[in-house]
Write a protein that binds this ligand. Sequence first.
Ligand code: ACO
Length: 335
Amino acid sequence: MKPDSGISVMITGTGAAVPDRVLTNRELEKTLDTTGHWIVQRTGIQERRIAGGRTATFHLAAAAAGRALRDARVAPEEVDLILVATSTPDQFTVPTAGLVQEALGADRAAAFDLSAACAGFPYGLATGAQFIRAGVYRTVLVVGAEIFSRIVNWRDRSTAILFGDGAGAVVLRPASSGALWYSHLGADGRGADILKVPAGGSRLLASEETVRQGLQYIHMNGREVFKFGVRVMEEELRLAMEQCGLYPEQIDLFVPHQANLRMIETAVERLGLPRDRVYVNIQRYGNTSAASIPIALDEAARCGCLAPGSVVAMVGFGAGLTWGTCLATYRSAAG
Ligand code: ACO
């Protein structure tokens, strides 16, 4: 979407929630044929958070959403729409967003889930923003929340080292003049096989046999995902800057999907972005899929890496294949 059409939209608050339990590389060394050195060298990940057995995705989502509302000084009753991007919903038939609505007491809000894997958060931002741009809603909560530890095969060293659990959320509202909003989404279904959970859906119901074969877990061609992710980050951010008429130095902060540090570094180098304008926290959380960008965004806001009026660029990519980009103004410089 071109940046100049319709009412503009702004991020007015952020929040995040991660489980307390830290799973270190050293612990993984005890159960997998791997080393902490290999994991850090190939991915940048040092530790990740893992949800306890009683925690469901909605618990993390509601906690992150509540914090985002408080940060934006918005009451739950003011929320018009709650959108939860997740690939690990609590259940198939109950939208996680409905459970979040109930937990927050956001009685007026419509609520639905959105499935676009690790690109879920930019897809959520683009979707939520459309309701504001069309003048339909004024306050939209976009949440990315995942418990990937439940769909990871803890005996598969090529995937078990990568993922973690958590949630992040933002509040979107109509922007004051001068705010930037740009989003662009993409998909390529030909790449569906390189990253997927084969069983548990209508195509292949869960059965004793699928469980025996481990088809309820994530299966991935890491090298193909790597190439795809680097290409998408570079192409998408270039396109976004071109469409918005921005130079790399006019992006105050780039918050990419946190999938692999080497992927981020390669894309950033190709784009010529200054390294201190790129927010990275993969070392502490691993890949939290749809939650990775909003968790990083919230951290960046708390540590002062984002200031009111900052232009933040976000790019997500994942299974589908799917990808999405958003350039937004963080809060109003005018206060
Ligand atoms: N420890 C030690 N060795 C390992 C491990 C491990 N944890 N995992 C794989 N290896 C081995 C492989 O078996 C292979 O050995 P071989 O050469 O004897 O066959 C060797 O290391 C190299 O394997 P590669 O797969 O080529 O390793 P690569 O450098 O590509 O790193 C990785 C693998 C980390 C998975 C990388 O490809 C990657 O990060 N890809 C992107 C993954 C990703 O982002 N996924 C999520 C996308 S978002 C979503 O929608 C969920």
